[in-house]
Design a protein around this ligand. Structure first.
Ligand SMILES: Cc1cc2nc3c(=O)[nH]c(=O)nc-3n(C[C@H](O)[C@H](O)[C@H](O)COP(=O)(O)OP(=O)(O)OC[C@H]3O[C@@H](n4cnc5c(N)ncnc54)[C@H](O)[C@@H]3O)c2cc1C
Length: 504
């Protein structure tokens, strides 16, 4: 989208007087400039733009590959033509809302401000349990798994206070005596753990997963509340950022359908190249691409990023969370919000949600099932038809006395294969140290900054993590511009053990 002519003149005047572009100009079909280039228009990018705007900085440019703002707030029109609903294939819940006298989740604030419809999601008290023989009541095991998870996070907190090392959440579960053996016990554990982190306890840090949980859901630890609200707004959950952006963003401050291929940076500025050959120069840049995009080298940095940054990027994990939607002609299933299915294989089509319920999309015939981690990657590699067949056979296990009808519609998003995301959200493995995380977040030369859910130490993975990072990093960039100099974030050239490994 071209700049308005008067704006270009103002910008060029500002650029020629305030800074020099340090790069040899590439041959490009066109070239534009802005003081701050915000790379990516998800929650972090939009909130970064709003923050600059509030600080009086207007010559910024959001560069976004898709044709709309929102990023992983992605909705999809689903169902038969005369029976369609907007469903969320990306983020769906406000996780943790507010506590009177305590903290408020800013995503909750945005949802309320823009009248986005949400409904209370009853994670723990609206559950029907199944296994491969049909409906099977193992709610006692389910409730035990809730207690085990609470203990897991409590004991992690005590380890932090004693400066004890991190470990995997599997080790943590074992140390508190929770060792699921049966398919039912494993399904119950999956619901508490994998369904949130999109990876197994083996793949996840015990301490970091506990603090992300507590800083979100436990008001006594600074969290918002233990409630989850599901977005059912027919404009899509993305409304929270699109409506917010419409209050301050001019059309010349965003470029849509603009895929970035290269980012050149130096101590005096940043130059971004697009797939269509355009080249854009900036004084500062805020990179908000997902961790998966950074890991996958979808965008090439020139010069290559320093070793400490590359190690940080490659040491965190991009996990995948997949919701698989069905529309059926009739509702033949449970009347609770959730159902749990215990297969002999852990993580095989375990968590089910009905949208055909009063207060949700009553009469819609929509049911969805969630899978995560390696199982998500597996189904992304399969054709839709095979995944559909597998799930229909699971439904036949769950409802042996029902003739399962053919679905009217079927859809799932392939997040892991998508070059704009390469997964759903980040997860913290036990081998990832706090110093790694500081390196993930640290800027380079005070010019190249990084923000997104993955740079949030407290709230990695969550929408509110992306929000707070967009806010914090843009505040720092605004200080660089308004204050005349940058205070860079600290980084560690090498992440070392307190004591070296000893052999023999
Ligand atoms: C399936 C799923 C379920 C989730 N559920 C929840 C939930 O219920 N609650 C919750 O709090 N969080 C949830 N999350 C996580 C939440 O969606 C993210 O934490 C948040 O949206 C991340 O925002 P971001 O701005 O950091 O990144 P993004 O939203 O990824 O924004 C980055 C932007 O960069 C753009 N981009 C990428 N590459 C390029 C390129 N080369 N050129 C130009 N632009 C590019 C992308 O298109 C994107 O718009 C879920 C995520 C997924 C995928």
């Amino acid at each position: 989208m071209p700049f308005r002519p008067f704006y270009v003149l103002l910008l060029l005047a500002a650029i020629s007087t305030s800074y020099a572009i340090p790069f040899p100009r590439r041959s490009a079909s066109s070239s534009t400039n802005a003081s701050v280039l915000i790379l990516g228009g998800g929650v972090a990018g939009v909130i970064a733009a709003r923050t600059l705007h509030e600080q009086g900085i207007t010559n910024y440019l959001i560069i976004e590959a898709r044709n709309e703002l929102g990023g992983r707030l992605t909705s999809h029109k689903f169902g038969a033509k005369d029976h369609q609903y907007t469903v969320e294939v990306g983020a769906n819940w406000v996780q943790g809302t507010e506590t009177p006298g305590g903290n408020t989740n800013p995503i909750w604030t945005l949802a309320n401000k823009h009248n986005v419809s949400t409904v209370y999601s009853d994670y723990f008290d609206s559950m029907t349990t199944y296994d491969y023989t049909g409906q099977m009541d193992y709610l006692d095991l389910f409730n035990k798994s809730i207690d085990a998870y609470t203990m897991l996070t409590d004991v992690a907190g005590a380890r932090v206070a004693r400066r004890e090392v991190d470990s995997t959440s599997r080790t943590g579960y074992s140390l508190i005596g929770s060792k699921p053996q049966t398919p039912q016990e494993m399904a119950a554990e999956y619901y508490q753990f994998d369904w949130e982190y999109a990876q197994t306890p083996e793949e996840t840090s015990w301490i970091a997963s506990s603090w992300a949980n507590n800083f979100t859901f436990d008001p006594s630890e600074g969290g918002f509340s233990d409630e989850n609200y599901l977005c059912i707004d027919q404009r899509g959950f993305k409304t929270i950022v699109q409506a917010e952006a419409s209050e301050f963003l001019d059309q010349h401050q965003v470029l849509y359908n603009a895929t970035i291929t290269d980012i050149a940076y130096s101590p005096s500025g940043v130059q971004v190249s697009l797939a269509d050959g355009r080249v854009i120069n900036g004084q500062y840049s805020i990179v908000t691409f997902s961790l998966g995009v950074l890991q996958h080298d979808d965008v090439v940095f020139e010069p290559t990023l320093p070793d400490w940054k590359v190690e940080a990027i490659q040491s965190m994990t991009m996990a995948t969370y997949s919701k698989i939607f069905f529309q059926f002609p009739d509702n033949f299933w449970f009347d609770t919000q959730f159902a749990l299915y215990a297969d002999k294989e852990r993580g095989r089509y375990p968590v089910w949600q009905s949208l055909d319920l009063q207060g949700f999309f009553e009469g819609s015939g929509i049911l969805f099932v969630t899978v995560t981690g390696d199982f998500s990657e597996r189904i992304e590699a399969l054709p839709d038809s095979q995944v559909q067949l597998e799930i229909l056979s699971v439904l036949r296990n769950m409802f042996p006395n029902v003739t399962i009808p053919d679905p009217i519609d079927f859809y799932y998003q392939r997040w892991h294969s998508d070059p704009l995301f390469r997964g759903s959200y980040s997860n913290w493995p036990a081998s990832f140290f706090s110093e790694h995380h500081e390196n993930l977040r640290a800027d380079i030369h005070g010019r190249l900054w990084f923000a997104g859910e993955h740079t949030s130490m407290k709230w990695f993975g969550f929408l509110h993590g992306a929000y707070f990072e967009g806010l914090d990093v843009a505040t720092r960039v605004a200080d660089c511009i308004n204050g005349g100099g940058c205070i860079s974030l600290q980084h560690f050239n090498e992440v070392k053990n307190a004591r070296s490994y000893t052999v023999g």
